[in-house]
Design a protein around this ligand. Structure first.
Ligand code: ADP
Ligand code: MG
Length: 199
């Protein structure tokens, strides 16, 4: 079973990997964006860490709802409301259970990813965070390690795609040949899930 400590570890591992990878995320956002993805997520996940420490939510659902709210209110870019929605809706779907199993987390994350698709209008293949998140959720039945591999593969597979959503879509064909920054950070979020599970 996955308890509140697991979800705290997930958010902490995500925050740590955003700290490590912020420069790379911003560099990826430079040819096909406005070079702020790393700094956006740094600001967002620092706020998440601070809020979790201050408010000390006790259930998996409350942890993700609080984290999502911080991302929505502190990240200026498109990714803030999208990541915020992902975590908030996933948290809401978990309800107020003290512990959840992996199947419940998978179902909740699927709800969260669908909410991101509804908010941003992106489908798989549009060269966005959905290209990492959607295959990760599909692979989650096979475990966290499989989800991590699927997310990384999905992020790499954005390179030859033409962006159809977000800032990168303004570039048309010139968006081809670059890895999507949001898909890359989504792979970090999913890798942190495996890390929280000791994998
Ligand atoms: P901004 O584009 O406002 O500068 P960020 O640089 O923080 O915001 O985030 C850019 C990332 O957000 C993109 O790489 C992409 O993965 C994701 N993104 C942008 N628009 C959408 C959308 N409509 N649906 C899903 N993801 C999106
Ligand atoms: Mg940007």
């Amino acid at each position: 079973m996955l308890d509140a400590d697991f979800f705290r570890r997930w958010m902490a591992a995500t925050a740590a990997s955003v700290e490590r990878e912020a420069e790379r995320l911003t560099a990826l956002d430079s040819p096909i964006g406005d070079a702020d993805h790393g700094s956006n997520l740094l600001r967002g996940f620092r706020a998440v860490s601070a809020a979790l420490e201050k408010e000390d939510p006790r259930t998996p659902g409350a942890i993700l709802v609080l984290a999502g709210r911080q991302l929505i209110s502190t990240v200026g870019g498109a990714s803030g409301p999208l990541y915020g929605t992902l975590l908030r809706r996933t948290g809401k779907a978990l309800g107020d259970a003290a512990e959840v199993d992996e199947a419940q987390l998978t179902a909740a994350l699927r709800t969260g990813v669908e909410a991101v698709m509804a908010l941003g209008g992106a489908a798989p293949g549009d060269k966005t965070m959905i290209d990492a998140l959607s295959p990760a959720v599909d692979a989650l039945d096979a475990g966290f390690g499989a989800a991590r591999a699927a997310a990384e593969e999905g992020a790499l597979a954005t390179v030859p795609l033409q962006a159809r959503k977000g800032r990168a879509s303004y570039l048309g064909e010139r968006s081809i040949g670059h890895q999507d920054p949001g898909a890359t950070s989504s792979a970090l979020l999913i890798a942190a899930l495996a890390e929280a599970n000791g994998e």
